[in-house]
Design a protein around this ligand. Structure first.
Ligand SMILES: Nc1ncnc2c1ncn2[C@@H]1O[C@H](COP(=O)(O)OP(=O)(O)OP(=O)(O)O)[C@@H](O)[C@H]1O
Ligand SMILES: [Mg+2]
Length: 274
């Protein structure tokens, strides 16, 4: 078992630093598929180290925003800046190498590979883009691999999945698979994590475990997150700020208290049930 103090060294101890400013500026972004405006002139900013949540009914555009951020979709309008640098037009692997990692609404792991192997892939994705890492790869030594392995073992310890580490992912319970996917994203040592419905389909106990890990990532590792989630209880409990989307448009933004008292939000949600 690795002590918590060591873990902070591996992750740069970012949780202890007081940081200010925006890590991400998403400005006036629009994305249409034919006649459907999946994202319609949306603006939001994510601050260093904060837990920012995006909520909204099915089809509101939440996953589309993640795809715009990670470079999978190309918005027709707007700007996406990472610490002031324009990301639009950059390749997804280059964007990932800047420090943005994600988990998916439907788990995307190599299910016949073990937990350790999936996490090691996360390390390689982090390093495998651009000439700097090409140079690092030339003459790659056993030591690099051992260092990667040490980070992976640390993450396994952090997420409390030691007992599963040598199992193929396909054999793991669903809640543990979701945790492994989070681990794969953490293995990229991100500064911003995009979590697309991390507790979807989980029972209460699994949800509480995941909430605890998300809070540890926020406070212990100091990693900023965008949390997309339908579980309102979870979002209201742990988010610093929340943006609410409806039909591709932002209808509200604020603290959990502000958002839950906002008439437009109440209408969007109650409107669904009527
Ligand atoms: N690749 C695509 N091709 C065509 N339409 C798409 C595509 N991706 C998303 N859309 C449409 O864009 C809109 C927003 O979809 P998106 O998946 O972003 O919603 P969401 O908020 O993530 O919903 P959910 O809560 O159900 O996951 C929907 O109308 C969807 O059908
Ligand atoms: Mg979605």
């Amino acid at each position: 078992m690795t002590a918590k103090a060591d873990r902070k060294v591996l992750f740069g101890g970012r949780g202890d630093e007081a940081r200010t400013g925006n890590i991400l500026e998403f400005e006036g972004v629009s994305l249409a598929f034919g006649g459907v405006k999946a994202v319609d002139g949306v603006t939001f900013h994510v601050r260093e180290g904060e837990l920012f949540s995006i909520i909204g009914p099915n089809g509101a555009g939440k996953t589309s925003i993640f795809n715009c951020l990670s470079g999978v979709y190309k918005p027709q309008e707007g700007s996406v800046k990472w610490r002031g640098e324009q990301l639009l037009g950059q390749r997804p692997d280059l964007i990932a190498s800047k420090g943005m990692a994600r988990t998916f609404q439907n788990i995307e792991l190599f299910e016949h590979m073990t937990v350790i192997e999936n996490l090691m892939l996360g390390r390689h994705v982090r390093m495998q883009s651009g000439w700097v890492s090409d140079m690092l790869y030339v003459g790659r030594t056993n030591r690099d691999e051992l260092a990667n392995r040490a980070v992976v073992e640390d993450i396994i310890d952090f997420l409390e999945i030691e007992e599963w580490r040598k199992y193929p992912v396909a054999l793991l319970p669903y809640g543990i698979q979701k945790r492994v996917e989070l681990g794969r994203a953490l293995a990229m040592e991100p500064e911003l994590l995009l979590l697309d419905e991390p507790v979807a389909g989980m029972n209460l106990e699994e949800t509480e475990d995941m909430a605890r890990f998300i809070l540890d990532i926020r406070f212990e590792l100091g990693i900023a997150m965008i949390l997309v989630e339908h579980d309102m209880g979870l979002v209201m409990d742990i988010a610093d700020r929340i943006m609410v989307l409806d039909f591709g448009q932002k209808i509200a933004e604020g603290t959990p208290d502000e958002v839950s008292a906002n008439p437009a939000v109440i209408k969007a949600y109650l409107g669904e049930e009527v």
